[in-house]
Design a protein around this ligand. Structure first.
Ligand code: EPZ
Length: 422
C-alpha cells in the first residue's frame, strides 16, 4: 500500500484547481438508468469511487466510457441485463445504493445489497426504504439484499423523511421522476449535490421544483431522454484546500470555488481569523494575522457545517489559539483521525460525539494511519504544518475522494511526495 510523505515547509502560495464533486457524480451516474438514451457528464473527477460506480453500472449492462482522461463520462442504459447490485461492489462503496431508486422506477424491480457498516458508522438504509415504500414499492430484506418491486409502477405520494438524508433524498427523487402522479418530499436534504442532480434530471425531461429547499415536488413523466451535464464543483475538496493556507500561512486561490457552496464553512474560518474572498476565478484564502483562533463547530445537514469537513477543521483547530469543541451530529464514529493527530502532539479529548481540542503551538511530524477518506486528508493538512516529516499510510482512502493531491499541493509549495508501497 502506498503512503504519502509530507514535510512541514512553511507558508503556501499559488493556485489550486478544484475538481467536479465526487458526491454529485456518484448520484448523477446512476441517473443514466432512468433513460434508454445516452447521458454524458463533463467535469467529472478522476477518483477510484467513480471507477467503482462505473464497474457497478457496467455489471448491470450499462455502457460506460471514460473520455478525455476521465473528465467526461459517456453512459447509455439502453439495454440493461441485470437489476442486481452485488454485495462485493456495494460493500466497497455505499453510494452504490443509489441504483435502487432508478432501477425500481424504470424496471419495477431491483435487488440491491445492503452496504454493511463502514468506518464512520452503521450507514443503514431505513430512510431510503420508507421513502420508496411511500411510492408504492414492496421491499423486503433477504440474505443481506433489499429485494424491491413495484409491479404496477410507482405512484406519486406525499412523504416526510424522519431525517434529511442525502442519499435517501437522491433515491426517492430519482424514483419519483417516473412515478405516476405527483410526489412531495418533505424534510428533503438541501445539499448542492442534490441541486445538481435535479438540474441534470430536468435536462432529461423531469419535472421537479424546490431543490435546495426542504420540500421538493416531482411530477412523474412517462420517460426521460438523454442529456449532457457538467458536474458541480466539489465543495468538500474546496473546503479541504481552503484549510491549507489557513494551517500553513500564505495565500492560495482555489480555482472554480464559489462562496455559495461553502458559506457556513467560510463563516467559521472567518471567525477563526482566516479571510476568504471571492475572486474572478474562484476564492482566495489567507490568515488575517498570525495564529488562528479556536472556534466551536457543530456538524449539520446543509446549509450547516458539513460533516465531511469536520476532520479537516479539527486539524486546523489543533494549531489554533484556545480551545475548540467539535460536535459530530451526523455520523456516530467520525473521530478516528483524533488519535492519529494526538500522535503528532495534538491535545484532543473525545467523549462520544464531542471532541475538545486545545490548540498547541506546533505539531510534530510522525508516522500516522488514514482510517477513512476525510481523515486521510486531515492528517496531510496536519503534516503540512508540522515540524519534520509525517508519513500517512493507507492512502487508498485518499484516492477515493481526492484527485492529484500531491500535484495540487506541490503546486503551492508543499513538500509532499507519494511513496510506492509493496
Ligand atoms: C452522503 O452520504 C455523502 N456521500 C457523505 O459523504 C456525507 O458525509 C453524507 O451524505 C452527509 O452529508 C455521498 O454523497 C456519496 P446520509 P449518505 O444518508 O447519503 C443516517 C464522503 O466523505 N441514515 O445523509 O450516506 C446515516 O447513518 C461521504 O464523501 C440513516 O439512519 O448520508 C448517517 O448517520 C462520507 N438511515 C446520517 O443519516 C438511512 O436510511 C446521514 O446519512 C440513511 C442515512
Amino acid at each position: 500500500m502506498d503512503s504519502i510523505l509530507v514535510t512541514g515547509n512553511g507558508p503556501l502560495n499559488g493556485q489550486i484547481p478544484i475538481a467536479g464533486a465526487k458526491n454529485a457524480c456518484l448520484t448523477l451516474m446512476p441517473a443514466t438508468l432512468l433513460s434508454e438514451e445516452p447521458l454524458t457528464l463533463t467535469n467529472a473527477p478522476r477518483l477510484s469511487d467513480i471507477k467503482t460506480m462505473t464497474a457497478l453500472l457496467q455489471s448491470l449492462g450499462a455502457e460506460v466510457s471514460s473520455l478525455q482522461d476521465g473528465q467526461v463520462i459517456a453512459m447509455s442504459s439502453h439495454s440493461l441485463t441485470s437489476q442486481t447490485a452485488d454485495y462485493d461492489i456495494v460493500r466497497k462503496m455505499r453510494a452504490s445504493n443509489l441504483v435502487l431508486g432508478p432501477l425500481l422506477a424504470r424496471f419495477g424491480q431491483a435487488v440491491v445489497s445492503l452496504p454493511g457498516g463502514c468506518a464512520i458508522g452503521a450507514r443503514p438504509m431505513d430512510l431510503h426504504v420508507e421513502g420508496l415504500e411511500a411510492l408504492g414499492a414492496e421491499i423486503e430484506l433477504k440474505d443481506g439484499y433489499l429485494h424491491a418491486k413495484a409491479p404496477g409502477g410507482l405512484k406519486g405520494a406525499v412523504h416526510e423523511m424522519r431525517f434529511a438524508s442525502v442519499g435517501a433524498t437522491e433515491n426517492i427523487v430519482m424514483a419519483a421522476t417516473l412515478a405516476k402522479g405527483t410526489t412531495v418530499l418533505k424534510n428533503a436534504a438541501r445539499e448542492p449535490e442534490i441541486v445538481d442532480l435535479v438540474e441534470c434530471l430536468r435536462k432529461m425531461g423531469a419535472q421537479i421544483s424546490g431543490e435546495g429547499s426542504s420540500t421538493i415536488e416531482i411530477q412523474g413523466v412517462d420517460r426521460l431522454h438523454g442529456a449532457t451535464h457538467q458536474v458541480v464543483t466539489d465543495r468538500i475538496e474546496l473546503g479541504t484546500y481552503m484549510l491549507a493556507p489557513a494551517i500553513c500561512g500564505g495565500e492560495v486561490e482555489l480555482l472554480g470555488g464559489r462562496m455559495a457552496l461553502v458559506e457556513s464553512f467560510a463563516a467559521k474560518l472567518d471567525a477563526a481569523g482566516v479571510s476568504v474572498t471571492e475572486t474572478q476565478n474562484g476564492m482566495k484564502v489567507a490568515r488575517k494575522n498570525g495564529r488562528v483562533q479556536a472556534v466551536d463547530v457543530v456538524t449539520e445537514p446543509f446549509p450547516g457545517f458539513p460533516t465531511d469537513l469536520q476532520a479537516q477543521m479539527m486539524a486546523l483547530m489543533c494549531t489554533a489559539e484556545g480551545t475548540s469543541v467539535l460536535e459530530e451530529r451526523i455520523f456516530e464514529n467520525r473521530f478516528m483521525h483524533a488519535p492519529e493527530l494526538v500522535r503528532m502532539g495534538a491535545n484532543i479529548e473525545v467523549h462520544g460525539g464531542t471532541a475538545t481540542v486545545t490548540g498547541v503551538e506546533t505539531l510534530k511530524g510522525a508516522p500516522v494511519m488514514a482510517t477513512d477518506l476525510r481523515a486521510s486528508v486531515s492528517l496531510i493538512l496536519a503534516g503540512l504544518a508540522a515540524e519534520g516529516e509525517t508519513t500517512v499510510s493507507r492512502v487508498y482512502h485518499l484516492d477515493r475522494g481526492y484527485e492529484h493531491v500531491v500535484r495540487k499541493l506541490e503546486g503551492v509549495g508543499a513538500k509532499i511526495e507519494r511513496i510506492k508501497g509493496e
